[in-house]
Design a protein around this ligand. Structure first.
Ligand SMILES: [Zn+2]
Length: 495
């Protein structure tokens, strides 16, 4: 899959070869326009290898009327994108497209209705103020202000279309105004929501549409009904997590997971980034998911950190791919099931799997659920993966015990270990804890197995021993070494 195929599949809820990632940050002020901006986008893309490249838009909405009173908004007229200051932004999109090629998804940034109104009256970075002009005027005289917002919505709709014509695959619409302290819900739903819906409908007809609901404490349910392919909001800054998003927006992909201004992506170790990616995937499920952040990442954040997050998601996806597709939906029918709760086999069962988890085990009667691949398991027995607490996968062979360990014997012992791993899987053992004497092959094979390079169980080595391999090439290991505490530990494992 190339990146645009991957993104389209994720948006449609279809299987993906790995979960796509989309992160972005503003560039330093002197690099925000023209050729310099284009080069920064190229560098950001090359540094991070992200799946979606959002073209930052520093071209803020402008009005040719001065707004001082609510009735002034009525004089605002829509303007044509052609020949406007937005042409410079479209040029940046064209240049970015020509640099990264056709396979990389590009999203144009569209500052939403209210933030565009704020940019044009109070200037940049003023929207968080509760007393900014657009907020005050909309509360004072919504009918008059709405006339002006209609004109702005018309222009923004055209900008969405023009961005796709310039080479973007779609748009990233930054909506504002949903914060708890901003407007009462009725005002928002009467005057803001219909106009934003109109803009997004135009965007959806033209290309991929991502709805970004910006700022803290947003009232997410107010955005139900907005048309978009994916939704992104500050899950760390409001009461709505990824699972809530799944319920509120069942037809949209979710974009996000990481905190943006602090937390693991900004401050955590590489392992913490990886664990967080695994947690996000676990919470949201691998389907219809794009890993990203609450909002724009800090300008000064090292691109390496973003690259680590992208690499972690790829690695997790690869491991999952080896052991089963996140998105598969399968029902095994006519299986005999041993569930471990009793010695009895449950006869003729239907076992359904979705999102990598067993969803149900039930008697096999009636039609299988729709949308599930059906596999006939007649005559077969299903059972949970067995755990072997003490396996010897790579052993010292007789020759090694007699004549010592050499590079050649290490190679042959290790290859035998591969076969042992296959044997484990074929006999239903999916997890092993290896207690073999510290043969070099043990550690090499554990890493290879855990990377998913071979059909083998998940593997852990006994702590303590794994840190100090005792059989070293060239040194005779004529007997199993004695390790302190071994018998005590063994009796513990026997319960
Ligand atoms: Zn935001």
């Amino acid at each position: 899959m190339n990146k645009i195929e991957r993104l389209r599949a994720a948006l449609a809820g279809e299987p993906v070869d790995c979960i796509p990632c989309g992160f972005w940050s503003h560039f330093p002020e002197e690099m925000q326009f023209g050729e310099k901006s284009v080069r920064m986008h190229e560098q950001f893309y090359n540094d991070t290898d992200i799946d979606i490249l959002k073209v930052m838009n520093e071209h803020l909405y402008r009005l040719d009327v001065t707004v001082e009173r609510p009735e002034d908004w009525q004089r605002i007229q829509p303007f044509s994108i052609a020949g406007s200051f937005y042409e410079d932004y479209l040029d940046e999109i064209r240049s970015v497209r020509s640099l990264v090629g056709q396979d990389v998804p590009i999203l144009a940034t569209i500052h939403g209705l209210l933030v565009s109104a704020c940019h044009a009256t109070d200037g940049p970075n003023q929207f968080t103020r509760l007393d900014n002009l657009i907020t005050r005027h909309l509360k004072e005289d919504p009918e008059a202000v709405c006339k002006g917002l209609e004109a702005i919505a018309e222009t923004l709709g055209e900008l969405c279309e023009a961005s796709v014509d310039a080479g973007a695959d779609g748009i990233y619409y930054a909506a504002l105004g949903g914060e708890e302290q901003r407007f009462d819900r009725k005002l928002f739903e009467t005057y803001v929501k219909p106009l934003e819906t109109r803009i997004l409908e135009r965007a959806c007809r033209k290309g991929i549409t991502v709805l970004h609901i910006c700022k803290d404490h947003v009232r997410l349910p107010m955005y139900v009904g907005y048309p978009a392919d994916a939704v992104n909001w500050a899950i760390h800054e409001c009461g709505y997590g990824l699972k809530d998003g799944r319920e509120l927006f069942p037809d949209m992909a979710l974009l996000g997971g990481f905190d943006d201004r602090s937390g693991i992506l900004v401050e955590g170790s590489r392992d913490e980034i990886r664990d967080e990616a695994a947690r996000i995937i676990g919470e949201a499920g691998g389907r219809r998911l794009i890993i990203g952040a609450d909002c724009t990442l800090p300008t000064e954040l090292s691109h390496n950190r973003i690259k680590e997050a992208v690499a972690a998601v790829r690695e997790l996806s690869a491991m999952q791919g080896e052991k089963g597709d996140y998105t598969m939906k399968i029902t095994f029918i006519h299986a005999n099931v041993f569930d471990g709760k009793s010695a009895e086999l449950l006869k003729d069962q239907a076992v359904s799997i979705a999102d990598g988890k067993i969803e149900s085990v039930r008697p096999c009667d009636g039609e299988p659920q729709e949308g599930y691949e059906v596999i006939d398991a007649s005559g077969m027995t299903m059972l949970p993966g067995l755990v072997d607490c003490h396996a010897n996968i790579v052993g010292l062979i007789t020759r090694e015990q007699q004549y010592g360990v050499t590079p050649k014997t290490i190679a042959s012992s290790t290859l035998r270990g591969v076969k042992e791993g296959e044997n484990c899987i074929n006999h239903g053992v999916t997890t092993i804890r290896v207690d073999t004497a510290g043969h070099h092959g043990t550690y090499a094979l554990r890493d290879v197995f855990n990377e998913g390079c071979s059909q083998a169980p998940t593997w852990s080595c006994r702590a303590g021993r794994s840190a100090q391999p005792v059989a070293t090439a060239g040194i005779s290991a004529t007997m199993w070494p004695t390790v302190p505490g071994r018998s005590a530990e063994r009796s513990e494992m026997r319960f």
